[in-house]
Design a protein around this ligand. Structure first.
Ligand code: 13P
Length: 281
């Protein structure tokens, strides 16, 4: 299979009232485990990269890696640039082969967010690249973001206007989630989500996926979330596995043993998480 478009996956998810799941991966092992976990679960998967990672693994190397694994995968695999607020960096990712990008203007006032996001959509369209925008703001637990503060939540009428003015493929919305490890499980404002979903036909995206209880996720997926982003849980699991391997095994076994040691639990985590997605392939 070739690389799948994020838009196609989101459209299919929307028709089925479910969500595709997107993971931030950093290197060969974390990308590989996403693809293998998706194959085991018979679910599509989206691989994402944080833009700052471009200094560690170039956009081109990451895009080629995902595309190579996607070609040989038995399930649809899509590629997406996560949170990016810089126009030139987004263009660099598109030139390097990313087929979907996030234009994150959520820290800007409404009109500036519209102008920034639309400028990305205009250029992305020429390359047939999908664009996710964000309205309302999903912050970081580590920065003390008040994720229960309804003042940061997406306003349904504004979401409709934003989607119409920018032409985004999908829209990340704020209704009680936050990036990072929650101190207490969040209490998503599902009523707000329903209102946003009723106001706009654009597929909605839930950020800050780590640590949200499954019952809330299942409801959110039925109420309009069609893309669900996970990073912290996955990366923390990976770091823990590396730590365990080097603590328990360093100097006592072949370095090649590291690969199955970390990959098997990562694949199992992905396959299990993907059970939340009702789109089987
Ligand atoms: P978490 O790190 O909280 O899982 O959030 C990931 C995310 O939303 C990436 O865009």
């Amino acid at each position: 299979m070739g690389i799948e478009s994020v838009k196609n996956l989101l459209d299919a998810a929307q028709k089925a009232s479910t969500s595709v799941i997107a993971f931030d991966a950093l290197d060969y092992d974390t990308v590989y485990a996403c693809v293998k976990g998706a194959e085991a679960a018979r679910r599509p998967v989206i691989l994402m990269l944080y833009p700052a990672m471009n200094k560690i693994i170039s956009f081109r190397a990451y895009a080629e890696l995902v595309k190579t694994l996607a070609r040989d995968a038995s399930v649809p695999v899509a590629l997406h640039l996560d949170h990016c607020s810089d126009y030139d960096t987004i263009l660099a990712a598109i030139h390097a082969g990313f087929t979907s990008v996030m234009a994150d203007g959520s820290a800007l006032p409404f009109d500036e967010n519209v102008a920034f996001t639309k400028s990305v959509v205009d250029v992305a369209r020429a390359f047939e690249v999908d664009v996710e925008g964000e309205l309302g703001h999903v912050g970081q637990v580590a920065a003390g973001f008040a994720y229960n503060d309804k003042g940061t939540f997406t306003v349904p009428e504004e979401a409709a206007l934003f989607a119409e003015k920018t032409g985004v493929t999908s829209l990340a919305v704020a209704f009680g989630s936050c990036h990072g490890a929650y101190q207490e499980p969040p209490d998503l404002d599902l009523e707000r989500l329903q209102k946003i979903d009723a106001a706009t036909p654009v597929p909605l995206v839930l950020h800050g996926g780590s640590g949200i209880p499954a019952d809330q996720l299942k409801k959110a997926f039925r109420m309009g979330i069609n893309k669900f982003n996970v990073a912290t849980e996955y990366i923390t699991l990976y770091e823990g596995l590396l730590h365990r391997f080097y603590t328990e095994k360093f100097g006592t076994c072949s370095p090649f043993e590291k690969f199955p040691f970390v990959r098997e639990p990562l694949v199992a985590y992905i396959a299990d998480k993907l059970q939340l997605c009702a789109l089987t392939v």
